[in-house]
Design a binder for this molecule. Structure first.
Ligand code: SF4
Length: 224
């Protein structure tokens, strides 16, 4: 297997042996993940981002109905909004997908909620899927984690109103390693939080913090 750098392409790597080893572990991990059928109420297929070696880990909530057929996370309207945010700090969608590892709290579509919208994953489903996320964190050892939406944020931070946690870097221990967590609101079109104040300004601050973080700069600077 060729070396795969933060941009996901084969080629030069400063620590080729380490990166290749990590890439191989990610490939093995994703092969197992894609076969997972632990949750009987979840609808397949398993959706996850490309197995790229990156110091930045984005964590969504769970795929929607469109992501499974598309075969990648954030493939529809919420994704368009999300990627427009990252384009503001230097990475357009396709580059983002090649350079940032995209995970989620749950990797399968939970199905519809009879009362409207998508079903929120159960605690059992979240616990089931945490093994995959934990494995990715152990392999990648990210220094910057971007949880998107309340469910993802709640895996790392005590639940509080978004206005109290977005727009800040939270330095916490993640699997016993100090890690910077920069929470983002969910980019859903159904949410007005990120389009109205104070959400709009807090989102802009969060993006500035991400854009100036060493891990993000490393990803941006990685050779094409
Ligand atoms: S949600 Fe996660 S744990 Fe549950 S079946 Fe899908 S991949 Fe497996």
């Amino acid at each position: 297997m060729s070396c795969r750098s933060a941009n996901g392409r084969p080629g030069r790597c400063p620590r080729a042996g380490t990166v290749t080893n990590t890439a191989q572990r990610l490939d093995r991990h994703q092969a197992q993940l894609k076969r997972c059928r632990l949750c009987p109420s979840m609808l397949g297929p398993v959706v996850t981002g490309a197995p790229v070696v990156s110091p930045v880990l984005l964590i969504g909530q769970a795929p929607g109905a469109r992501e499974g057929p598309a075969g990648r996370p954030f493939a529809w309207t919420a994704g368009k909004t999300l990627f427009s945010w990252f384009a503001r700090i230097g990475l357009h969608e396709e580059e983002f997908r090649k350079r940032i590892y995209m995970a989620a709290v749950c990797r399968c579509y939970p199905g519809k909620n009879p009362r409207g919208g998508d079903r929120v994953p159960s605690q059992d489903e979240i616990a089931n899927c945490a093994r995959w996320l934990g494995a990715e964190i152990r392999v990648l050892r990210p220094t910057l984690i971007l949880p998107v939406g309340k469910l993802a944020i709640a895996q790392f931070l005590t639940p509080r109103p978004l206005r109290d946690i977005v727009g800040r870097i939270h330095r916490i221990d993640v699997l016993d390693r100090p890690t910077d967590v920069v929470p983002l609101p969910h980019p859903s079109g159904a949410s007005t939080w990120h389009r109205t104040e104070p959400g709009q300004s807090l989102l802009a601050t969060a993006l500035r913090l991400i854009g100036s973080h060493p891990a993000w700069k490393k990803v941006i600077a990685s050779p094409p």
